[in-house]
Design a protein around this ligand. Structure first.
Ligand code: GLA
Length: 486
């Protein structure tokens, strides 16, 4: 009943109050006590004047960059108002900032999802062997710690009393021992469901069983649930109601369970996902193991298109998710291979670009290799355990990098970091080597008159200090990443 009432009330609230005014900002934001916080806002009208009212102590307005920044010491819920004046009209947006020590997803998860290469073979043995591999090959030590089962872990149907049930052959001991094993390795355990009667691959979904499922997940000791949207009504309002029912059910149980929304970006979940109880949401259709995926799939090129304008809506506990990483697949996946012309797989520079961009964006990262196939090479592990890049992904301020330019086949992003450093990346979209210049006067996060220490994040090498601009060479489809410190 409580679920029904809250879902109904949510429908009465105008969803995109900012649309006409041109003001764009996230309405529910999160931070941890004493950790630097940042919220960027903007307007689609170039001459609009943005500002803020009733900021809590510890935060200030940066009028040059149109952002709120600072640190809050005490946990609590704080409210402030973003204002936008355009052609004499003023509009306002109320923002709720939740400062907490125990947020469901303070940092993007780094882990593994079974779908791309394992599909319906997911089993107790496979989950355990991924956890073992993470321990043995240095991935766990580097921060990879969340093992999630995707679709088809389920039995053909629920139990007679409606409870969810794993496939008895592949999970002969049930799910609790599998979760316990993953936890005994210091990792988190996740599974998958759908906000309809059926999942994408035809197993039972959670619609109408939200609380039953949340209770069972609690008994299994599940930490995170990816929730898909196949077989559900297409309009945004239905999606909001359906995810809210799950979000409310997860809040009602004794175990903290993170809701990972997967409706492929079709209904702009960055505008309502946090309000529905989600901590991250997919922004695109499924990635494919390709640089570009024609005619209609998502290669790295298409992931950039999907993510490049969404930085405003990402932050701590509200991450935009660019989907699974294909690094380590080398064309050997299953579902990561369809939809596009040509042979699957990417070059090592392309796999490295995928990883570097996911780090710049603070996107959740899930590897998707098959532990039986041994396709992850030493070169892959070198990419995936790069601590300088992982530090960008796991930066506690949770800022997604802003697009600076995508002209002349060079895509430039900059990312604000908690300690005041700024990361710069440049991706070469062309098929030949290019030279790229970072011009500080075009990068709002940098001061064009200041001198910065500069580190190449792929090699870890400290370079000479830089001022105003610097130039670098980039191989075709590769990404150079630098960290600048004052
Ligand atoms: C959808 C999702 C994928 C995967 C499959 C499983 O396509 O987008 O990530 O979970 O369903 O069926």
């Amino acid at each position: 009943m409580k679920n029904l009432i809250s879902s109904f009330l949510l429908l009465l609230v105008p969803l995109v109050a900012t649309a006409e005014s041109g003001l764009h900002c996230a309405k529910s934001v999160f931070s941890q006590p004493n950790v630097r916080f940042m919220q960027k806002v903007n307007s689609s009208h170039a001459n609009a004047v943005l500002g803020v009212k009733r900021l809590p102590a510890g935060l200030k307005w940066n009028a040059r960059r149109n952002l709120v920044e600072g640190k809050i010491k005490k946990p609590g819920t704080y409210v402030y108002t973003i204002t936008c004046t355009h052609n004499g009209h003023v509009c306002e947006e109320r923002v709720t900032l939740n400062v907490q020590n125990n947020l469901p997803l303070p940092l993007p998860f780094m882990g593994w999802l079974s779908w791309n290469s394992v599909e319906g073979d997911v089993s107790e043995t496979i989950v355990k062997s991924v956890a073992d591999m993470f321990k043995a090959n240095g991935l766990f030590e580097a921060g990879w710690n969340t093992i999630m089962m995707d679709d088809l872990w389920q039995a053909r149907q629920r139990t007679d009393d409606g409870k969810p049930l794993p496939d008895p052959k592949r999970f002969p001991n049930g799910l609790r021992p599998v979760a316990d094993y993953v936890h005994s390795k210091g990792m988190k355990f996740g599974l998958y469901t759908d906000a309809a009667n059926k999942t994408c691959a035809g197993a039972f979904g959670s619609y109408g069983y939200e609380l039953t499922d949340a209770e069972q997940y609690t008994q299994w000791n599940v930490d995170i649930v990816k929730c898909d949207y196949c077989h559900a009504p297409t309009e945004r309002d239905s999606a909001i109601v359906r995810y809210r029912r799950l979000g409310d059910a997860f809040k009602a149980v004794s175990r903290p369970i993170t809701l990972y929304i997967c409706e492929w970006g079709d209904r702009k979940p960055w505008l309502w996902g946090a309000e529905s109880g989600g901590s991250c949401w997919r922004v695109s259709a499924d990635v494919r193991d390709r640089w570009t995926c024609e005619p209609g799939g998502t290669g790295v090129v298409e992931s950039i298109k999907a993510m490049k304008d969404l930085a405003l809506y990402s932050g701590v506990n509200r991450f935009n998710d660019a989907d699974m990483l294909c690094t380590g697949l080398h064309g050997k996946g299953k579902s990561s291979n369809d939809l596009c012309f040509g042979t699957p797989g990417m070059t090592q520079d392309e796999y490295a670009t995928q990883f570097a961009l996911w780090c710049m964006w603070s996107s959740p990262m899930a590897l998707s290799f098959d532990p039986r196939a041994n396709t992850v090479t030493k070169e892959d592990l070198k990419i995936l355990t790069n601590r300088h890049l992982i530090a960008l992904n796991q930066d506690r301020m949770g800022q997604q990098a802003d697009l600076i330019s995508d002209a002349d086949s060079l895509v430039v992003f900059t990312k604000d970091l908690e300690n005041g450093d700024v990361a710069l990346s440049v991706t070469n979209m062309a098929n030949k080597q290019l030279e790229a210049t970072f011009n500080f006067s075009k990068i709002p996060a940098l001061d064009a008159n200041k001198r910065y220490q500069c580190r190449d994040l792929w090699t870890g090498e400290k370079l000479s200090a830089v001022k105003r601009s610097f130039t670098t060479k980039v191989r075709p489809h590769a990404t150079r990443v630098f960290r600048l410190s004052k």
